[in-house]
Design a protein around this ligand. Sequence first.
Ligand SMILES: NC(=O)c1ccc[n+]([C@@H]2O[C@H](COP(=O)([O-])OP(=O)(O)OC[C@H]3O[C@@H](n4cnc5c(N)ncnc54)[C@H](OP(=O)(O)O)[C@@H]3O)[C@@H](O)[C@H]2O)c1
Length: 219
Amino acid sequence: MADVRIGVLGATGPAGSGLAARLAANGFDVVIGSRSKYRAMEVRDQLVERWADHRLVIDASDNVGASDADVVVIATPWDAATSTALQVADHLKGKVVISMCNALARVGPEFQPLVPPRGSVAANIQAAVPKSRVAAAFHHVPAKELGDISEPVESDVLVCSDYRSATEVAAEIVAALPALRPLDAGQLSNAAPIEAFAAVLLQLNIRYKTRAAVKFTGI
Ligand SMILES: NC(=O)c1ccc[n+]([C@@H]2O[C@H](COP(=O)([O-])OP(=O)(O)OC[C@H]3O[C@@H](n4cnc5c(N)ncnc54)[C@H](OP(=O)(O)O)[C@@H]3O)[C@@H](O)[C@H]2O)c1
């Protein structure tokens, strides 16, 4: 797994850059993707500088270049995820594409789950790039903790896909990151409740002034 090259689209944001840093810290060959290769280079340089003692090896590119990786993660805002996938659809053909996007809206003091076309961001991406195998994962791992590679981030990660091979690839990536446990959550139809649950987590964070993660018992 460790020699797998993973491109992260929208990796200039907290979620994508946090995941990119953690993947690189655990031996993956990572490419930071952005609409602007210069923004990607800036974020890459910031990560390398922040974690100088970890000697991270991370490439930077525009989203097209990042889509040339073996596995591609989409880490854009939910309403940009499908258009971003469509823009690089040719590069995603035959590949596993992981969506970590949650469709949420902040309305006053609360977060509300939205219902995107086809029920979830992941299902909408799958419909847009039918020659790729989409898996949903990483929705509930807080970006800040993900990006603090000096500590393991303890959480279960629900993975779902309509393709067993995509679930397996995503789960192997999750399992390679210390203290994260992948759980096979079934078909891509379950991406809808998984994404929506992020609104509950954010609400808990506000209520309890923390950053909660998900842990299941009994498995
Ligand atoms: N924050 C968390 O704790 C967390 C945890 C798990 C999952 N998630 C999910 O991960 C995703 C990313 O979260 P985030 O907080 O990192 O988001 P973000 O900062 O709002 O956006 C991430 C990146 O997406 C790109 N982007 C923004 N608008 C775009 C557009 N219209 N078209 C294409 N690209 C666009 C931008 O990169 P460029 O301008 O460089 O292209 C931006 O830096 C979200 O869907 C979120 O629900 C977040």
